[in-house]
Design a protein around this ligand. Structure first.
Ligand code: IMP
Ligand code: MG
Length: 179
């Protein structure tokens, strides 16, 4: 275990098992359609790679980058598009793939931007959900794990751009971000 990690919340095997279930559920819900999975970079990149391979359907992928955090652990509420989608989403069945739903600021803003582009439908799939911290009225349609309020890293999730490559999800030691 990494020295900055206090506790492992989900092991590689926990993640694999849950993502297989999410993939099966999405495949059943979208049977006969070709959903477009939109990964919100950078935190969701590993989840996106595993989730898409767990969905036994024709689908397309696209990527978007937004920023709201800087190097802190609390969302600023100011969201900026750093990289936009490559393809049109008009009349597509969108599934937004997020690493973690926290205050909801990022998705609240993103949903507004994407709705204006007239997709056929939009759903949200998040690996982690911290409902206690919600500020905006956003709920995900697919949730991997509901977790308490702690700052977590690994499996794509970062603190100040570090720890994304940990194969598990763990709680970051508070001493790392408080001085
Ligand atoms: P929200 O806008 O507050 O919902 O924040 C969403 C984004 O904040 C996520 O996509 C993550 O990039 C980041 N975030 C929120 N909580 C955590 C955490 O516990 N660890 C790492 N990143 C987090
Ligand atoms: Mg992040």
């Amino acid at each position: 275990m990494h020295q900055d990690v206090e506790q492992i919340l989900y092991t590689e095997e926990d993640l694999r098992r849950r993502i297989r279930e999410l993939g099966a559920q999405i495949a059943a819900d979208y049977a006969g359609r070709t959903p477009m999975l939109v990964s919100v970079l950078r935190g969701s990149y590993i989840f996106m790679a595993d989730l898409t391979r767990a969905i036994d359907l024709d689908l397309t992928v696209d990527f978007m980058a937004v920023s709201s955090y800087g190097a802190g652990t609390v969302s600023s509420g100011q969201v900026e598009i750093k990289k936009d989608l490559s393809d049109s989403i008009e009349d597509r069945d969108l599934i937004i793939v997020e690493d973690i739903l926290d205050s909801g600021n990022t998705l609240y803003y993103l949903m507004d931007v994407l709705r204006a582009r007239k997709p056929a439908s939009i759903r949200i799939c998040t690996l982690m959900d911290k409902p206690e911290r919600r500020v905006k009225p956003i709920t995900a349609d697919y949730v991997g794990f509901t977790i308490p309020d702690a700052f977590i890293v690994g499996y794509g999730l970062d603190y100040a751009e570090k720890y994304r490559n940990l194969p598990y999800v763990g709680v970051l030691k508070p001493s790392v971000y408080t001085q």
